[in-house]
Design a protein around this ligand. Sequence first.
Ligand SMILES: [Zn+2]
Length: 357
Amino acid sequence: MKNLKFFIAGTVAMVLACGTVCAQDSIVKTKKDAELLIPRIHRQPVQSLVPGENALDTIDTQTPGVKIVLFMDNTWKYYRDPAEALKSEVFTRNWSTETINPYNTSLADLPDDIRIWVADTLSEYHCPNQTKVYSAFGIRHRRRHQGVDLPLKKGDPVGAAFAGRVRFSKYSSGYGNLVVIRHENGLETYYGHLSERKVEAGDWVEAGQVIGLGGSTGRSTGPHLHFETRYQGYAFDPEWLIDFETGVLRHRLFVLKKRYLDANSKYVPESEEEEYEINIGDQRDQQVADSLAAVQKAAQEKAAREAAAAQYYTIRSGDNLGKIARRYGTTVNAICRLNPGLTAKTTLRIGRRIRVK
Ligand SMILES: [Zn+2]
């Protein structure tokens, strides 16, 4: 008993000394370190699914609307019957098939942290267009950019990021062919500049289902997907959710911070014009970067050519710069320019190696 008391006291002392429990191998030093050791599903990234599996059979579960789908390759997954999902008021409140952004929510009414399950066992994810981001979200060229621009080729299939119901599928002067999908968790995803729309308002789509083809319709300077993520009509940077270069969804549970929904980023029709100006600006930046790279490359090539053509001479007894210059068909000044510190008056040490060409 005495020993136990000592042990407890010792542990308390240790906790106080370290600020937290010290593990024996001292890898775990802080509470945060310890937390990292506990596998937490909501932190796990989600790979982009490859659509096109062949379903073999569907089995009911005890939960209404939730089924198990069996596939040809003996794999299975949970599946939510869209009819069940559509009972949610998410798909009726602030619902408009005519207005791009039908919300009128005040930012003040939103909580500071909005916890959104972006992928659970019932919902899947597909990267709408895996590529390097060409134009990022936010203020670009002093204009608001409400989404990310993801280059693609005209006609490339564009898949829905998550399952949901198509709320808007129309042509708009700025976005061109635009598809907006509302998801069960309340998020909306926007797909702009499509050459063709493959879904209509009201349709239910699964993650990865082709909703349109890549294009450059509307105010656009070249084929790209303009992709937006919005909550209650407020756009936030899709890169919080998706790593577009790897195609991976960063986590299953997304904590949307109110500060991501910058008040200035709320959709306004003028931003359609801004989108075009942003495209122009980014193209100009790209051209400048390309031409700078070309100039640098040319300079490097010139330096490499000169280095390859360089000739050296080792000073022997009786040499002087005039004699060496004559032998190589050059001048004393030219030799001095090639050898920093060397002048016509420098005493030449036998064995010194100098550049002559
Ligand atoms: Zn854009």
